[in-house]
Ligand binder design. Sequence first.
Ligand SMILES: Nc1ncnc2c1ncn2[C@@H]1O[C@H](COP(=O)(O)OP(=O)(O)OP(=O)(O)O)[C@@H](O)[C@H]1O
Length: 228
Amino acid sequence: MIKMNDVYKTYSNGVTALNGINIEIGQGEFVYLVGPSGAGKSTFVKLMYREVKPSRGTIHINETDLSSIKEKRVPYLRRNIGVIFQDFKLLPKLTVFENIAFALEVIQESPRNIKKRVMDVLDLVGLKNKARFLPDELSGGEQQRVSIARAIVNHPKVVIADEPTGNLDPDTSWEIMRVFEEINARGTTIIMATHNKEIVNTIKKRVIAVEDGLIVRDEHRGEYGYDI
Ligand SMILES: Nc1ncnc2c1ncn2[C@@H]1O[C@H](COP(=O)(O)OP(=O)(O)OP(=O)(O)O)[C@@H](O)[C@H]1O
């Protein structure tokens, strides 16, 4: 369902972040993207939600060719892809409920349906009782749960997470991983860039390792493979 063909990315400052990536990721897979700092992992995931465009090559998500879609189609693409960041990126003045409802595709949804969808997704991440809280009234782990709820409220087929446990303590990181596993068990593809060796070596999944903009390893139930 995700296919990259000979993808290169050179930024405007001349730095080449990706050097010819070829990969296929099937629906329902759980993939860790690992590699040293500066290897190109963030660039790799940003290409998938069209935050950056490839300099060369093609990227398909389902039948959509991301390298050629028009700018005005990008918001539609993003509705089918949930994105989760290390720093949560919640809107600070909106409540938990409002942060998620804001992301919801609201066309012709009644307030009652919006409420049901938001509360269902808060239930899934275990935060039903915090719907009226503001982000800064929550712990880091709770804020990350809200950002996961926001990412999945439109039922995307793919969830892309860039260092989702990077700001969290170990216990909270394991809790967040349980949420990801639950989402994956429901059939959603998960692609997670991470430096968390313990998680990768414990919750075994497909591991794609990137170094100097190239895939150097692609293993089913792989290891993290680096010292840090
Ligand atoms: N917007 C940008 N403009 C110019 N160069 C960039 C930009 N974003 C990333 N780079 C460069 O591209 C290379 C790959 O960066 P990228 O962020 O993809 O690596 P990474 O593997 O995610 O690193 P980390 O693990 O530290 O987050 C680096 O040399 C980086 O400096």
